[in-house]
Every structure is written in structure tokens, then in C-alpha cells.
Design a protein around this ligand. Sequence first.
Ligand SMILES: [Zn+2]
Length: 315
Amino acid sequence: MRVRTILGDVAPSALGKTLIHEHLAVDWGEMLGRPKILDFEYDAMRDKMVNALNAVRVYGIGAMVECTPIGCGRYIDLFRDVSAASGVKIICSTGFFHESWCPMHPIARAFDIDAMTDLFVREITEGMGGTLIKAGIIKCATGEGRVSPKEEQVLRAAARAHRQTGCPIITHTTGGLGDVQLDIFESEGVTPGEVIISHVGCEKDNWLAYSEALLQRGANISFDRIGEPSFGADQHWIDLLTNAIQKGFIRRVMFSHDSAVLIHGYNEVINPGVEITGDFTYISRVFIPKLQQAGVTDQQLSIMFEENPQRVLAF
Ligand SMILES: [Zn+2]
């Protein structure tokens, strides 16, 4: 078993504390038909990202999953340089985003399930895009209120690529439908325990029952919008995490910020009022001390922040 990082395969234990869902860059230019941010000053952007990762290393965080899929700002060479310079291990994503917030990526629109499966497998086993840098996770996503036919195809391709390679799957959810995602994966022979459902706790209501239902089915879930108040106050996440622990699901729970250093497109389309800071230290600085005050022990923290990511990312 190994974890496939942007700089090569490593033993799971080499990761240390791991942020399970973050972004160095989110750039929707390619999908929105706008210019991508290609004219950023490379060295300055690299330094900005390296600084953001150096700041989390101070807290003993050794790895981060970069959840930006194909065409959404996945600047592979930049991410590799940032990982090399900072020493923080980065796990990169293959896969496609959903089509509620912006059009589905043109490659996903053109490809059928088999072609998408082949693409994901190639990105995991040979290299992403035109590089020899391999993806270490498959990202897929569903939009608001329903799973579109194309989104379902992407999920099925993710499941089939997972079955061929063992590479883990992480999903984006938009206000729910994690249960429908699990139905689709199960119909492809992928068990909930092989999947990480992201953005749990960002639904309109019914958070406890929804998160418990996913956990009951055996899924790994991630409360990963911690630190941005518009997605929920700290107490919201503390309630959800402590409930999962009390119900016996600590081995299936992780947490992260879903932040980004470079953002282009997202704010204009989705969240004009939200400031994405690119600060990956909030959980370490602010949130973990609050969890400790709420009675979460060091051993429990290490299960959620180290052991669980190491297990789910290994294949
Ligand atoms: Zn994300």
C-alpha cells in the first residue's frame, strides 16, 4: 500500500497530519470560457503557495489533498514545485467537477463512460495531462438538487477507474445527495468504505441525521469547510464531529478547510460575499483547541487527522 503524491509514491505513514480537502488553485476560466489566469507571475505565485504550506508545516501537517480536477485550475507543474519547495506532500486529483455552477468540462461532455474511465486510469498510472506526474485521488461531483446524466457518468467512470487501480475517490456534494452518490458507486461494485464524501454539514438542514446516515452505510465523510463562517460556525462543526465520535464513527471522519490560494471564477459565479483566504492554518490554530475544550482527546484527534487520511489515501 502506498499513497501517490505529486513527487512520487510514499508509505502512508509518511504523510503525518493530513488536510483531506484543499485547493492551491481554483481557476474556472477554461470551463467558463473566460481567460484562465495564465499571466500570473510564476515565481510570485509559487512563493505565495509555498508560504501558505510552510505556515501549516509549523503545526506538523505533512500532507494535503489538492482536490482540483481536470480543467479547474489544476496547475500540475506549479503544484509540484510548491510541494518540493515546502516539503508538504500533495496528492493531486484526476476527475471532473459538476455542472450546476459552471458548464461541464468539454472533455467530459465529449467522452462516454469508457473513455472517461480510460482517461482517469491513465492519469493515475501514467501521468496527468501532458506530464508524467500521477494523480493520487479521483475527484467527482454532483450539483444542486439532482444528479445530472453527465455527472452520473463521471461518477460511474470514477468507480470503474477505482476498481481498476484501487485509487481512492473523493466526491464534492452540493447541499446533499451523498446518499445518491453512494447508490451509484454501489451499483458499480464500489463499497461506501472506499469513498470519501466531502462537504458534509453544508446542507440546508438535517445535518446530524444526514451525516449519520452516510456513516451508517460505511462511508468516509469529511467536514471540510471549517473556518469560513458563511458555511457554518465552529460550533456547527464541533457538534457534528462530536456526534460522530459519540456514535462510534471516529474511524470514518475527517476535517479540512476547502480553501484555496488562487481563485478565479468561483467567487464571481457562486459566492460573491465569501472571501477564500488560502489560510490552511485555521483548523490547527483555532479549531483544534476548541475541539479539545469540547473534550476531544489527542488520541481521537490523531485518528481523524492522521490515521484516517493515511488509510483512505492508500492503495
Ligand atoms: Zn473543494
